[in-house]
Write a protein that binds this ligand. Structure first.
Ligand code: NAD
Ligand code: MG
Length: 386
C-alpha cells in the first residue's frame, strides 16, 4: 500500500490523482491533503479519503475547515508550516506536488528532505530552482517522477537507454487556442478565448501559459533539469493533435515516442505506480480513426514567451526564478482584466531587462528572487493598466 500526501488536492491534477486513488484502493491510501482556497471541495475530499492530516494555505481558513469537517477524525493545520506538516507526514511514501506556481517550492523541498518520493506536477519548482532541487533529490536519495505529460513521455522513452546516446529530446506542444490566430488578432483576444484550450482541461494559470506558450518554455527548463540535458538538445515541435506526448531521438536516428489520448490521468498514474502500470479508464488510442498527425516549428515572433524562457535559461542563476515570478503576476493581471494578452510577454521581458542575475545558493534566496520578480512585475502591470 502506497501512502500519498497530495499537495494541491483541489486542483485539476489533484482531482485527477484522487480519481486514480479511488479506482485503486488496494494500492493507494491518502495520508494528507492540502488546498489553497476551495475549502468545500477539500472537506468533501477529506470525507471520502479520510486523510490523517489536512492543510490549508491560509491559517485564517483553519476554523472554517474545522467546522466543515465536524465529526471527522482529521488533524487540520494551516499556513506554510501546515503544508510542510502535510508534505512530511511520517506515514507518507510519496508526495504528489500539484500546487500551482512558486508556492509549491517550500513544501516540496521539505518533502524531499524528509525522504519522500515525489510525483512532480509543479514544474515551477524546477524552473525557479532546478539546480537546488536536483541536488537535494540526489543527496536525499529520493525518486522524482514527472507528472507533466511531456516529461512522462520522455521518461518512458528513455527507459532502457543510455543518456549518452540521446541526440535530441523533442517536446511536443499542442500550440494552444491561438495556434491559428494572427499576431494582429492576438492583440484583442479575451480571457474567455485564452481559457478555451482545444485538447486539455487544466487549471487557469497553466491554461493561460499554454495560450502564450510560456508553458512550453517552462517545460524546456523543466526537461533540462529532470533529464540533465543541455538546452541545445531540447527541441519543440508543435503537434496540434496532442497524440504523441513527446519523444527522444537517439544517435542512430531512431526515435522513441509515447502516444495516447490526451488525459493527465495517464502520466499521473505512471508516476504513482512506476514501474508497474495500472488501469486508468482512459479510452485506448485507435490509430485508424486519426485523420493525421502533424508537426511543425513554433512561431517565436507570435509566441514571444517561448524566446523569453530560452533567454532566462541561457542567463541562468536567478533569471528563471524572476521570469517565472513575472509570468505568474502577468497571468494574474491578464485573468483579472488589467492587462491585454500581448502585454503578458511585455511584463515578463521588462522585468527580466531590469534584473541582474545572481547566484542562488538556497531556497530562501530563490524566494527572495521570486519576490523581487513579483514586485517589479506588479509595478509594470500597474503602469500598463493606467
Ligand atoms: P489548479 O489551479 O487547478 O490547482 C492548483 C492547486 O494548488 C489547488 O489545489 C489550489 O488550491 C492549490 N494552491 C494554489 N495556490 C496555493 C498556495 N499559495 N498555497 C497552497 N496551495 C495553493 O492547477 P493545476 O492545473 O492542477 O496545476 C498544478 C500544477 O501542475 C501546476 O504547476 C501546473 O503547471 C502543473 N501541471 C498541470 C497540468 C494539468 O493538466 N492541469 C499538466 C501538467 C502540469
Ligand atoms: Mg505539459
Amino acid at each position: 500500500m502506497k501512502q500519498l500526501s497530495i499537495l494541491g488536492s483541489t486542483g485539476s491534477i489533484g482531482v485527477s490523482t484522487l480519481e486514480i486513488v479511488a479506482a485503486h484502493p488496494d494500492r493507494f491510501r491518502v495520508s494528507a491533503l492540502t488546498a489553497g482556497k476551495n475549502l468545500e471541495l477539500l472537506a468533501r475530499q477529506i470525507r471520502q479519503f479520510s486523510p490523517r492530516i489536512a492543510a490549508v494555505a491560509a491559517k485564517e481558513d483553519v476554523p472554517r475547515l474545522v467546522q466543515l469537517c465536524d465529526g471527522l477524525e482529521v488533524k487540520i493545520v494551516g499556513g506554510v508550516e501546515g503544508l510542510i506538516e502535510a508534505a512530511t507526514a511520517d506515514e507518507t511514501d510519496m508526495v504528489v506536488a500539484a500546487i500551482v506556481g512558486a508556492a509549491g517550492l517550500v513544501p516540496t523541498a521539505a518533502a524531499i528532505r524528509a525522504g519522500k518520493d515525489i510525483a512532480l506536477a509543479n514544474k515551477e519548482t524546477l524552473v525557479t530552482a532546478g539546480h537546488l532541487f536536483m541536488e537535494i533529490v540526489s543527496s536525499h536519495g529520493v525518486k522524482l517522477y514527472p507528472v507533466d505529460s511531456e516529461h512522462s513521455a520522455i521518461f518512458q522513452s528513455l527507459e532502457g537507454h543510455r543518456s549518452d546516446d540521446i541526440s535530441k529530446i523533442i517536446l511536443t506542444a499542442s500550440g494552444g487556442p491561438f495556434l491559428n490566430t494572427s499576431l494582429e488578432q492576438l492583440a484583442g483576444v479575451t480571457v474567455g478565448d485564452a481559457l478555451n484550450h482545444p485538447n486539455w482541461s487544466m487549471g487557469r494559470k497553466i491554461t493561460i501559459d499554454s495560450a502564450t506558450m510560456m508553458n512550453k518554455g517552462l517545460e524546456v527548463i523543466e526537461a533540462r533539469w529532470l533529464f540533465d540535458a543541455p538546452m541545445e538538445k531540447i527541441h519543440i515541435n508543435i503537434h496540434p493533435q496532442s497524440i504523441i506526448h513527446s519523444m527522444v531521438e537517439y544517435i542512430d536516428g531512431c526515435v522513441i515516442a509515447q502516444l495516447g489520448m490526451p488525459d493527465m490521468k495517464a502520466p499521473i498514474a505512471y508516476a504513482l505506480s512506476y514501474p508497474e502500470r495500472v488501469a486508468t479508464g482512459i479510452q485506448p488510442l485507435d490509430l485508424t480513426t486519426l485523420t493525421g498527425l502533424t508537426f511543425f516549428k513554433p512561431d517565436l515572433e507570435k509566441f514571444r514567451c517561448l524566446g523569453l524562457a530560452y533567454r532566462a535559461m541561457a542567463d541562468g542563476e536567478s533569471m528563471p526564478a524572476v521570469m517565472n515570478a513575472a509570468n505568474e503576476i502577468a497571468v494574474d493581471a491578464f485573468l483579472e482584466g488589467r492587462i491585454a494578452f500581448l502585454q503578458i510577454a511585455r511584463v515578463i521581458e521588462e522585468t527580466m531587462d531590469s534584473h541582474i542575475p545572481h547566484d542562488l545558493k538556497s531556497i530562501a534566496e530563490v524566494l527572495q528572487a521570486d519576490q523581487w520578480g513579483r514586485d517589479t512585475a506588479r509595478d509594470i502591470c500597474r503602469r500598463l493598466s493606467n
